[in-house]
Design a binder for this molecule. Sequence first.
Ligand code: ADP
Ligand code: ASP
Ligand code: MG
Length: 347
Amino acid sequence: MIVMKFGGTSVGSAARIMATTDIIAHSQKPAIVVVSAMSGITNRLEAVARGNDNKESIIDAHLKEAALLGIDVSEFADCARGILEGAHTESEIKACGEQLSSALIIRHMRAIGMDAVLLDALSFMRLNEDGYPDTPFLKKHLADALQQSGPHAVYLTQGFICRDAAGHVSTLSRGGSDYTATLLGEAAEATEIQIWTDVNGVYTADPRIVAHAQRIPHLNYGIADYAASFGAKILHRACVSPAWRNSIPIMVLDSFHPDAPGTVIGPKPIGNGFKIVASITDPEQPDMVKVSLIGHDYNINENDIRKIVGNDINIVDAGLATYMMVPRHKEKETIVALHDNFVTSEL
Ligand code: ADP
Ligand code: ASP
Ligand code: MG
């Protein structure tokens, strides 16, 4: 079994859904395929929950893509209305994004003759009393769901959504479909977890901020784990450890360029030098950003960092990360400066 996860931009339109199902059709089977909501939909559902957007506009956005996919629009409209009308709490409304995208994608998969079934993630993704994934529950109930549905090439399911310990619909934190994918990989003892997104792997910094950032072909689990928890948005902050503790490789791949090599996250030696710069907002201090250098470097001299980013910076050594708080308006220049001065070219 392999697990393949497709993020919002990989399922964000009829054209992207066609490209994604094409990738799945040509890949190893059986596969558990985890999908996010169409891009932008979770934000809009948050607005619906606050009364700033309406359910009808969310349905329309999906019906437009259903029509382009040649799906029976009136049948899908009934399904989409049923999903949204049954959602009342904020979590239930947020969960609709993945329920809608998966309902659309399974119809397209069947229309093109793919041997695919839809598994309801709410039947196995559960949090324990402490709010963490209940991995024994997940393992047992995923096995039950797979067994009940019988052998298929593709088991499609929703990322991000789950139930809490009391059984109420809940969600993982934002970007959580990556975490769903690695938890499912662990539960299904997958041989590989593929995170398909809109960039060709993990880079030395967000390529939208540092245009000359470099792709990292092989990345150590520990560095990837730090990068995720220190804000590299390409990976959900908690998603590395389920794969790491089971030695399952994570491949980060580009659904816009399926033949591009991407990044393999695995047991590569850490080596010296900083590998990645990442940043994250501190919810306690919304005007400040935590900018981190991630990697191993015994020789880091704080004065060298101060020479680059200024004297009034408090530099904290946190194991595989060295971080500093900077005002939000200095975020980008700090990332570029740290990247260009400290990230090693030995990747
Ligand atoms: P998805 O919807 O597929 O989950 P995300 O938007 O959550 O995609 O994550 C992909 C984005 O992560 C990229 O478009 C990129 O801007 C951003 N990103 C941040 N840090 C990195 C990094 N170090 N390497 C690559 N991409 C990064
Ligand atoms: N749809 C959710 C979000 O936008 C989960 C995800 O995309 O990973 O946060
Ligand atoms: Mg994401």
